[in-house]
Design a protein around this ligand. Structure first.
Ligand code: GAL
Length: 846
């Protein structure tokens, strides 16, 4: 072989090694302080990204943004129902390409925490279990019985083997450093009696026997058997202690926000509180925490759990549903991570020593004989700011905040003081480009198909009595028709004058459309929190045969709680007809009913857009049970895309045959419960800070860019309750303004501290950066150095302001992608001596 070829080959081998072993982890263990990677204790920051909640085309960018945000680990659940939709038939294609996802994380130089479960909760349909599991003879979920244990072990072993085959465990030089078995079983195990204990022991042994070579965790499982590490989930985990002094303190779910449900307002969590929780955790001995979620993403198709989990799983996470960093959340947390990493050497070298600095005031030192020293000062009070003395120096500590001192002297960050910029995202409406004919009538571009009422398929089931829905459909469709009829004799009291007939229906949920003689007489959805429906519907009967057709539907299967898999759904009765004047009642519950699983349109595969049954004449608006189809050109550019379903009712939509999920803009949240201002000080809970009261929970639905081509895209919509598809529009998500507001008393940015160990020369600095590398700051919308008020998008001058500020900031920023400005009188002069000043800037990127 020639020398050059040898060299080339060597290079190929070398490059190959570089990409697959950008880590070269060989050994992962733990001790009481930390995870130990190749012999080194580590302080680690992790974030959840669930691979099927975005597209493979988005993964590399999401991972890079996670890395840029200071994460060391990406955590994901594994979704059994996606990977084994039919028992024994596996699928790892497209969004399900787990191996590709893990490799991408590894190639970016990050670790992976693989939470196999295989019960995952996650607001995911049926908690991640495939529906067929329910039909395995003799099975009881998540407790000690042979059929369940066999299936759980088989799937877990399958995943572990798949990872091993691809050399993805740390023990093989791959990125996976941790795995989880089960999920928060300790929250519900008491419902399973003594079998819970033996089940969890079995699960632990089973996991360990799979010999991954990296540690296993169980979250919220105080009795997790050795060597499994029990970990904490919650909004705060600083008070948590593992069940053995040989195990490190790990936090597997730090909820960065909360999930949302149709018909409910949207929760959000202020970053000052999230940063406080993170800093408290590391202050009190924690060495790994994971944001659940770091990128929440989208519940495409029928993946959302429930009932009623929205299609968006944005979660108020540091990276938003569309893959854009959420600022200042992402940036402030990045600063927190940097500050904590500056403390890493001291943190892993020793145990914390706590001291009280007064009521609600706590100092923690990590100090070694070799001269390492890092400290955290916390004010856990919710009302008063404090000035504390520590090591002979004086420090200002706002309420509900932690200051981080990597040298036990200089504060590099206070969790309540945000140095990072804010960003105002904007949704820009884009008119849908239809292939309009000369009439210019949008409706003419739509074709439609009316879903027949009642039984329309040849394949049906006739049974006496009312069947539970999930056992009947096996979740093959959201829909189940219950059809029956009744003969009313002429003169029967139900028909007598003055007596209105009432159809009474009781259902386990989640929704119901009732028809008598083919006519819709009621639509009902189970109220939030109580999944049952009980209705009395006025009905008009005719002498002779009357048909009763009930279309029952689910909106995501339950995913949480003991025995959640048995919650059931559908019209389980009673169903009766009675005269409203208290006369005759006819109970229809146990008479023969004909059942049809799913819709005719589903059978015809209308979602793909094909089929010859589409009708183009006399376009019907605001009609229930109607399928619509149109062709459209995608809005130009690469900005993330969403469909705005305002004007539509409830249903599901497909773009080029791919389900973008269930939509339901017709359902608004209650009017009350939201506040204009969320006070981050004080314990957070999921209903503390809510927005969108009295508004639809979700109008915008993410359409991944990779699912559309420039022109000739097919949009299919199944509208259940009635809507006007010509009102559907597109929007693209872009960054509007970038803003920052920094005070003279902010600590200098963490970055500067690192290069200037004295911390004295640096001044508080306002930094702005356009999110994308091909943008520059094109104009400055607002500047004030003095006492400006308000927030990004609505800043206003205060009584004191420097008149040169506009010029100075413009000169420093316009035309550049990023700029840094010292927030001090040295830069701007002093417009009001003796008054504490700040600098607020709003800029536009273009
Ligand atoms: C936890 C669970 C997660 C997720 C979260 C709420 O209890 O482990 O899977 O459901 O709650 O978003």
């Amino acid at each position: 072989m020639g020398k050059r070829i040898m060299l080339l080959l060597l290079m190929v081998v070398f490059l190959g090694v570089v990409t697959t072993t950008s880590f070269a982890v060989n050994n992962v263990t733990y001790d009481h302080r930390a995870l130990v990677i190749d012999g080194k204790r580590r302080v680690l920051v992790s974030g959840s990204i669930h691979y099927p909640r975005s597209t493979p085309e988005m993964w590399a960018d999401l991972i890079q943004k996670s890395k840029d945000g200071g994460l060391d680990i990406i955590e994901t659940y594994i979704f059994w129902d996606l990977h084994e939709p039919v028992q024994g038939q596996y699928d790892f294609s497209g969004r399900k390409d787990l191996v590709k996802f893990v490799k991408l994380v590894g190639e970016a130089g990050l670790y992976v925490h693989l939470r196999i479960g295989p019960y995952v909760c996650a607001e995911w349909n049926y908690g991640g279990f495939p529906l067929w599991l329910h039909f395995v003879p003799g099975i009881k979920f998540r407790t000690d019985n042979k059929p369940f244990k066999e299936e759980m072990q088989r799937f877990t072993a399958y995943i572990v083997d798949l990872m091993k085959k691809n050399n993805l465990y740390g023990s093989q030089g791959g990125p996976i450093i941790l795995s989880q078995i089960e999920n928060e079983y300790g929250n519900i195990d008491s419902a399973y009696g003594s079998a819970a204990k033996s089940y969890i022991k079995w699960a632990a042994n089973m996991a360990v026997s799979l010999d991954t070579g990296v540690p296993w965790v169980m979250c919220q499982q105080a009795d997790a058997p050795d060597p499994i590490i029990n970990t904490c989930n919650g909004f705060y985990c600083d008070q948590f202690t593992p069940n053995s002094n040989q195990k490190p303190k790990l936090w597997t779910e730090n909820w960065s926000g909360w999930f949302s449900a149709f018909g409910s307002p949207i929760p959000y969590r202020p970053v000052e509180d999230l940063a406080f929780a993170v800093a408290r955790f590391y202050q009190r001995g924690g060495t790994m925490q994971n944001y659940y979620m770091y990128h929440g993403g989208t519940n495409f198709d029928h993946t959302s759990g429930g009932p009623f989990i929205t299609t968006t799983y944005d979660y108020d996470a540091p990276i938003d549903e569309y893959g854009i960093v959420r600022q200042p959340k992402w940036g402030h947390l990045k600063d927190v991570h940097k500050a904590i990493k500056l403390c890493e050497a001291a943190l892993v070298a020793t145990d914390p020593v706590y001291s009280s600095l007064g009521p609600n005031l706590e100092a923690t030192m990590y100090k070694t004989d070799s001269g390492l020293c890092a400290a955290f000062l916390a004010n856990v009070g919710t009302q008063s700011d404090a000035t504390v003395k520590f090591n002979g120096n004086s420090y200002q500590l706002p309420a509900w905040s932690v200051s981080i001192l990597p040298d036990c002297k200089n504060v590099v960050l206070n969790t309540a003081k945000i140095n990072s910029m804010a960003m105002l995202p904007k949704f820009i409406p884009q008119s849908v480009k239809y292939n309009l004919d000369s009439s210019g009538d949008i409706a003419s571009t739509w074709s439609w198909f009316r879903e027949p009422v009642g039984i329309s398929k040849t394949k049906t089931l006739v049974k006496p009595g009312l069947l539970e829905q999930i056992n009947t459909t096996a979740d093959k469709s959201d829909y189940l028709w219950y059809s029956s009829s009744i003969i009313i004799k002429y003169g029967e009291s139900l028909l007598q004058n003055g007596s209105q007939t009432v159809l009474h229906v009781e259902s386990l949920g989640h929704g119901l459309h009732a028809f008598i003689n083919g006519k819709l007489i009621a639509t009902r959805f189970a109220p939030t929190g109580n999944h049952k429906i009980s209705v009395d519907i006025p009905a008009t009967l005719n002498p002779g045969k009357n048909t009763v057709d009930l279309l029952s539907l689910t909106v995501g299967l339950a995913n949480y709680g003991a025995f959640y898999e048995l919650a059931g759904a559908g019209v389980t009765g009673p169903v009766s007809l009675r005269s409203s004047n208290g006369g005759l009642t006819l109970d229809l519950s146990s008479q023969p009913w004909t059942y049809q699983i799913g819709l005719k349109g589903e059978d015809l595969d209308l979602s793909s857009g094909s089929s010859s049954l589409w009708d183009s004449s006399s376009f019907p608006k605001n009609q229930p049970l109607t399928w619509y189809k149109t062709l459209f050109d995608a809005p130009d550019g690469n900005d993330p895309l969403a469909l705005d379903f305002t004007g539509m009712g409830k249903g599901e939509a497909w773009v080029n045959g791919q389900s973008i999920g269930r939509y339901w803009p017709a359902l608004s949240s209650p009017d009350s419960g939201c506040t204009d201002y969320c006070n981050y000080k004080g314990p957070y809970k999921s209903n503390k800070c809510l927005k969108k009261c009295g508004k639809p929970s979700q109008e915008l639905y993410h359409v991944p860019r990779s699912w559309v081509k420039p022109s000739g895209n097919v949009l299919v919509v199944f509208e259940e309750i009635g809507g006007d598809p010509t009102k559907i529009s597109f929007t693209t998500k872009q960054v509007g303004s970038i803003c920052s507001h920094v005070s003279e008393s902010h600590p200098p940015p963490v970055d500067m501290w690192n290069t200037d160990q004295t911390g004295k020369k640096s001044v508080p600095t306002l930094s702005l950066e356009c999110p994308s590398s091909n943008q520059v700051i094109s104009s400055i919308k607002f500047v004030s150095f003095g006492t400006p008020q308000g927030s990004c998008g609505s800043y206003a001058h205060g009584t004191c302001r420097s008149l040169q500020a506009q010029k100075i900031v413009q000169k420093a920023c316009v035309g550049a992608r990023s700029c840094n400005i010292g927030v001090s009188v040295a830069t701007f002069g002093d417009p009001c001596i003796g008054v504490k000043k700040s600098l607020a800037v709003e800029a536009i990127c273009g």
